[in-house]
Ligand binder design. Sequence first.
Ligand code: ADP
Length: 477
Amino acid sequence: MKLLFVASECTPFVKTGGLADVIGAVPKALAASGVDVRVLIPAYPTLAAWLDGECVLTFEDLFGGPARVIAVKAEGLDMLLLDAPHLYDREGNIYLGSDGQDWPDNDLRFAALSYAGAQIGLGRLEGWVPDVINAHDWQAGLVPAYLAQASTKTPPVVMTIHNIAFQGVFDPTRLAALGLNADQFTPRGVEYYGKISFLKAALALSDKITTVSPTYAAELLTPDFGMGLDGLLRARQADLHGILNGIDLDVWDPQTDKALPANFSVRSLKGKALCRSELEARFGLSEGDGPVFCVISRMTSQKGLDMLLECLPALVVQGGKLALLGSGDAHLERAFIEASNRFSGSVGTIIGYDEELSHLMQAGSDAILIPSRFEPCGLTQLYGLRYGTLPVVARTGGLADTVIDANEAAILTGCATGFQFAPVNATMLGHAITRACGLYAQPKIWTAMMKRAMRHPVGWDLSASAYLDVYNAAQER
Ligand code: ADP
């Protein structure tokens, strides 16, 4: 099977969140089953070093300037880089200008990505026509809309929703500029309550839809989580599949991780203590007996960190410590910096994005806090499991599907791997933190949970074959 991925980010080339990790990992897992996967992403400045590959496709004018697609094999992936300097050659965040607002031409930037994907689907790459296209999130949402304009046979499209909160909604006056036909501006096409929605277009027009956990797939059918698209998803329920994300075990393995001062494994946990000491030093935390909690996260209301702020005094009183790495909403950044001053030695905050530090935090912490209001899958709890850092999670989306709560029954039967709380509010988060502190004081139970968590299967094997089933089903449409 030949499969084209179309996405806006891919680890290790460019990453702002979990989407990139998934795009970088799934193709490797699928390749093991004999699938020939190529990954189309924009050539942002961070990809400049790879632009000496072979030019396999050119566009004289791709939404305002010349563009080309460069094929390159790198980091175990078959990459197709869409080099369109007028759209992507900008410093800073790939989605936002220096004012923190979306780039004003984001509609054209990601329409171009979708258009290039559709052209590859139509056979414009010599010698390689995909059997299936897997488009990821709203940035690739117009792939099926452009394919629908063709009069020839087109490959089926599978749309994967990584986060329905981001929908790519634009003014209807942009229709012609985006190369869409007037007759596509209907509820069955790209129209969404009088506007153009890239994600809505994909959900209406693609052959199959997947999302990144079974629980999120169910949640998306409700008004609370569907964010305006639940009706459409209910209508397409038969085509919607929840497939749990995995993690790349070549990158996230405490036994081989090069970012750590010491490695460790289920059989020998000794190195974890050294990682903890280094983590405490990096975050200005005092050494001591209580559990070290960490947070590695975008700081937005989705992630529920405002609830954690409310719980900090109790966490500290119980002897707990917190190391937080993240960036996002200015008021949350400020509040956590203030908390670090107020609880000096017990709370440490680093504002920013630091991939290497995130590895040390997963390795050196005792528990990772993820109080998300919604979480399509979440990856940091999976890294936590792998590194014996017990997840404390809101019972929602993929968090609900991956962590086994340490309730009395689970402790008695020996199957707990972390802590879940619901309903998702500060009181219940505080209760979960208290439970974690309580069990941390019982080293026998805690260590058994750590070892169980580290053995929990978090790789891609099962999910890769579930994706394969969906691709096969899409071809039978
Ligand atoms: P989301 O995609 O919603 O941001 P996920 O949990 O699915 O959340 O994925 C987040 C990814 O980004 C993880 O790989 C996590 O380690 C990483 N990450 C988030 N914030 C930071 C940060 N400040 N520094 C380094 N890595 C981060």
